[in-house]
Design a protein around this ligand. Structure first.
Ligand code: SAH
Length: 378
């Protein structure tokens, strides 16, 4: 049996556990803050906790459950981490350094049950949901690798739920992880810096709107009409565009003053990127008058996906049409394509050579033995 994974416990759950050991309440606060605020990965480092309690924790609980399989570094500085869970399922997390603030992209599931035709993760199918502890653990690992254990997360660090999986099909664990991250002694990444991306699970969009301190919302659209969206994102057959728009309209009431939500639109050459698609998209979004912006994502190709990215000129022409219709549209610069870390490329590939995406193999790979494995505290 796996030891209790303390990383996934809320402060209240930790209090119950500490009480069951006959320890005073303030020990729960100390342990929570050691794990989250200070991101310590071994009980030895928790020197404010008495030795005998530490020994009990070592015996009965654990902090790290992942094994780091590989860590890849892109020529643009992006890092992709491939972990294996205790039961051997792949989990990938991406660190994207930016001039002003960094972004961490986490996974909510191992694999993904949705069958978006342009996404490599779809090829894995759903392997399993990640627990709240596993969601938090990947973020802690990446923060420690970037900033060092014990160093507070830099202000403004962004967190995006855009890795493998459909976050809204693992809603409970996701929201629990976010509550842990947001706690006062948590990871210091606040709700307005967290964005969750969904393929359009309508009931959960409505539910998210009711949650105080909710993260921001992004919706993957990929097509301006049902016919094309049915084909590219089969989930559309369950919740077609009009239902999605009506959930968005409801969600809009929960937007904070300067907040918008985001539509992501992957640009597939010759498939969804014509001027006429742009005009359809503009009229769809204008008809619903949503306070939204649009991120155009040039397709990140990977074998065996059947698509090519739209050309820079095509993307720009598409963007200009949206802009001429008073929509706010931006082009997302691909990051980490050479190490299969970009949007839609997470498929647990541990050999980059498995996919010919035009990259220099050995130069950009830091083998896993160059990095310390997460210490197993149990
Ligand atoms: N399941 C969620 C979150 C993961 S996908 C969702 O669908 O939103 C994160 C983003 O990457 C989505 O907007 C998706 O449309 C986009 N994406 C998927 N495959 C891609 C690819 N090959 N190239 C570019 N973007 C892709």
């Amino acid at each position: 049996m796996q030891p209790m994974h303390l990383t996934g416990l809320s402060q209240a759950e930790l209090s119950d556990f500490v009480a069951s050991l006959g320890e005073p309440e303030y020990r729960a606060r100390q342990i929570f803050s050691a794990i989250q605020d200070r991101r310590l990965t071994s009980f030895d480092a928790m020197t404010d906790i008495p030795k005998d309690l530490r020994a009990t924790l070592v015996e009965r609980t654990g902090l790290s459950t992942f094994k780091l399989e590989s860590r890849y570094v892109s020529i643009d500085g992006t890092r992709r981490y491939l972990f294996k869970t205790h039961d051997n399922f792949p989990v990938e997390t991406v660190f994207i350094p930016e001039e002003r603030r960094d972004t961490i992209c986490f996974s909510s599931q191992s694999g993904c049950p949705l069958q978006c035709t342009f996404c490599l993760t779809a090829q894995l199918g759903l392997l399993r949901n990640l627990t709240a502890g596993e969601i938090v653990e990947q973020i802690i690992f990446v923060l420690n690798d970037a900033y060092g254990e014990g160093v507070q997360t830099p202000r403004g660090t962004n967190l995006v739920g855009m890795g493998a999986g459909e976050p809204f099909l693992n809603f409970e664990n996701l929201m629990k992880a976010i509550r842990i991250i947001n706690a006062p002694a948590g990871l210091h990444i606040f709700p307005n810096r967290i964005t969750i991306s969904t393929a359009g699970i309508v009931p959960r969009i409505r539910e998210l709107a009711t949650i105080t301190d909710r993260p921001r919302l992004a919706i993957s659209l990929a097509a301006p009409n049902d016919e094309l969206r049915d084909e590219l994102m089969p989930i559309n057959k369950k919740w077609p565009i009009e239902e999605l728009m009506s959930a968005c309209k409801e969600f809009e009431r929960s937007l904070r003053p300067a907040e918008r939500f985001t539509f992501e639109y992957v640009m597939l050459r010759g498939v969804n990127d014509s001027d006429s698609h742009a005009r359809q998209l503009a009229s769809l979004l204008n008809r619903h008058r949503l306070r939204a912006k649009i991120n155009l994502i040039p397709h990140n190709p990977a074998e065996p996906l059947p698509y090519q990215p739209s050309s820079t000129e095509r993307v720009e022409s598409f963007r200009k049409i949206l802009e001429s219709k008073r929509l706010h549209a931006f082009v997302r610069r691909p990051r980490g394509r050479d190490i299969l870390a970009a949007c839609g490329q997470l498929a647990a590939r541990s050999e980059i050579g498995e996919s010919p995406v035009g990259l220099q193999r050995s130069r950009s790979i830091v083998a896993s033995h160059d990095v310390a494995h997460p210490r197993n505290a149990s």
